[in-house]
Design a protein. Structure first.
Length: 241
């Protein structure tokens, strides 16, 4: 039976869907659409691309728990090179990042979101959506973020722009952002459109939040479990009309 979930009206046997889910989750860094096409013998690149995007729609539960404890919050930027420009002065896409800290060295779960513009109150709203009230949120001290104290959080900040080593001020965010960019370059070969960027971030969060799992089969099980509760998302919807 393939009615309802992402397999809805698929003419391909479920065994092939399972193979695709296994191939996506068993690879530490995932797989590109070209890699999936070659692995499963699809005739068209478009089929592999669509399948990956259907699976990405199943990677994040809308009712997932919020981060808690100590959480680092900041923005990073994805895109091409902007010579002579840095941070919010570039034409890159601003990405909001929240990272749990577990002890002095370990990182916990992560959350991402695409912002419409850098340096706005969207980052405060992102924090409220993704972090449990009562948590400690560490930031770079931007004035707008000081509103977090009025939203039920303990706000700790340092003036990152005056720091001789900016990466040391929010090390969790900087490490996660660096690994995200490495994944986009190494696995996806920069083939990420702005239109679908949020779903690539979902995949990276799904993978990153389960990085400590010793059994790849658990990722496969979790993806299938969420896939049967996800809408089918036909091709015309995936490509935007």
């Amino acid at each position: 039976m393939t009615a309802g979930p992402i397999f809805h009206r698929s003419r391909t046997p479920l065994s092939t869907w399972f193979a695709a889910a296994w191939f996506v989750t068993s690879q530490k860094n995932g797989v590109s659409a070209r890699g999936l096409q070659q692995a499963l013998g699809f005739r068209s690149y478009e089929t592999a691309w669509a399948w990956l995007h259907k699976l990405r729609r199943a990677m994040v539960r809308p009712d997932r728990d919020r981060l808690h404890g100590v959480v680092e919050l900041d923005e990073t930027f994805l895109g091409g090179v902007s010579p002579g420009h840095f941070g919010a002065g570039t034409d890159k896409v601003p990405i909001q990042v929240a990272v749990e800290r577990v002890g002095a060295r370990r990182l916990g779960r992560v959350r991402f979101a695409v912002a419409s513009r850098p340096g706005t109150l969207e980052l405060v709203e992102f924090a409220c959506d993704t972090v449990e009230p009562g948590s400690v949120i560490r930031t770079d001290g931007a004035r707008m973020l000081r509103r977090l104290a009025d939203r039920g959080y303990t706000h700790e900040y340092s003036t990152v722009y005056n720091s001789p080593d900016k990466a040391e001020e929010l090390p969790g965010v900087h490490r996660v952002a660096s690994l995200l960019k490495r994944w986009i370059a190494g696995t996806l070969h920069y083939s990420v459109s702005d239109q679908h960027l949020a779903y690539y971030l979902d995949e990276y969060a799904f993978r990153c939040n389960r990085r400590a799992s010793s059994a790849r089969g658990m990722l496969f099980y979790r993806l299938l479990q969420q896939a049967v509760a996800t809408d089918p998302h036909p091709l015309h919807e995936l490509i935007g009309g």
